[in-house]
Design a protein around this ligand. Structure first.
Ligand SMILES: N[C@@H](CCC(=O)N[C@@H](CS)C(=O)NCC(=O)O)C(=O)O
Length: 338
């Protein structure tokens, strides 16, 4: 009934968006003054606490970008570390506003879990890591190996499918925490560890002799990673979705943190629309005109966030690859901000 009331309000000219449910996540976040953001328990480059307890990483920066857009303060985030198994239940229960945690967009996570993925912030794929001394350079030679994997993930299913399809056997050792999984690999309880390729880079960096371990080049699955929200709050979904697109658009337009003040004086129509010096696009989302300027000022554009956390300016050194802008041969592409 309340869902119908929201639609009616839209019909009689109010700006309320028509959503199937009643949740008003934006209002809750504004009233609370902080964003509750689900992140992983600790993956270097994606979401990790430093020695002072401060969260940093690619997924963390997405939460900060949302807080910058909504609250004009990237620090107003309550980070909630979640295991692979718990993440979706915690989101469904309403204990977090958004899940920004290397989660793969799949059909069943939307259909049966009642969630919506807002965007693909990182195009990934599943791979394998093992010791160089094993002299294996293709996944097709992994038959008979013991393989460590994390439970509650797409990784488990892809692993089973890959070995079935290729007529190979393997022994599975499953964990619910990444630290335990890595410790098992380090102590040679398993010869191979499998995960999203990005996470293997992060795990390898933690090993004592990182150079002794190789990540096989094959990607055995598609892992489109991105932020997820509950169904039934279209306004919130749009805010999360367009926060990502604003960051990509800023990179497309050459708008960076360092150049944000110059960009605010730009006469270029695309830049004026993005930064709100012309048009009221931010207000249409329930935010302020300068929502995207706040994101870039406080957090950066997509390329800045990528390079700083996981790319060339980070310890992981992951190449942009398919996560480059579409104008540079990649797949990151923002629909028009107009
Ligand atoms: N993208 C896959 C895998 C995600 C996943 O949870 N991977 C583990 C493997 S390293 C992980 O991130 N663990 C970190 C944690 O539990 O905090 C999915 O959505 O199911």
């Amino acid at each position: 009934m309340k869902g119908i009331a929201i639609c009616t309000a839209a019909l009689i000219g109010l700006t309320t968006l028509c959503g199937a449910g009643t949740a008003q996540t934006l209002k809750k976040v504004k009233d609370r003054g902080t964003l509750a953001c689900g992140v992983s328990q600790g993956i270097e480059g994606f979401s990790q606490r430093d020695d002072a307890g401060k969260w940093a990483g690619f997924d963390v920066d997405f939460c900060r970008a949302l807080a910058a857009a909504i609250l004009n303060d990237p620090g107003k985030v309550n980070f909630v570390p979640l295991s692979s198994q718990d993440r979706f239940n915690v989101l469904r229960a309403g204990d977090i506003d958004v899940l920004s945690r290397n989660s793969t967009w799949t059909l069943s996570r939307e259909s049966s879990l009642g969630l919506m993925f807002a965007a693909i912030t990182y195009f990934d794929g599943q791979s394998f890591m093992l010791r160089k001394s094993a002299n294996i350079d293709t996944a097709l030679e992994l038959g008979g190996k013991t393989i460590c994997v994390q439970t509650g993930t797409t990784t488990e299913h892809n692993l089973a499918d890959y070995f079935l399809v290729n007529g190979m056997k393997y022994e599975r050792v499953a964990f619910s925490a990444p630290a335990e999984m890595l410790a098992a690999y380090a102590s040679e309880r398993c010869a191979v560890v499998t995960s999203d390729s990005s996470q293997l880079y992060a795990e390898r960096a933690k090993l004592a002799a990182a150079a002794d371990h190789v990540i096989l080049p094959e990607l055995i699955s598609k892992e489109p990673l991105g932020p997820a929200v509950r169904q039934g709050d279209d306004q919130w979904l749009l805010i999360v979705k367009w926060t990502h697109f604003a960051m990509v658009a800023a990179e497309e337009l050459g708008v960076t943190t360092a150049k944000i003040d110059a960009a605010l004086a730009s006469t270029k129509p695309d830049i004026k629309r993005l930064l709100g010096t012309e048009d009221t696009l931010g207000e249409q989302l329930g935010l302020t005109r300068d929502w995207a300027a706040r994101i870039v000022r406080h957090v950066g554009n997509y390329g800045e966030v990528f390079e700083r956390n996981v790319g060339s300016r980070s310890r992981l050194g992951i190449p942009r690859g398919v996560n480059a802008l579409w104008t540079h041969g990649g797949m990151q592409y923002a629909p028009p901000i107009q």
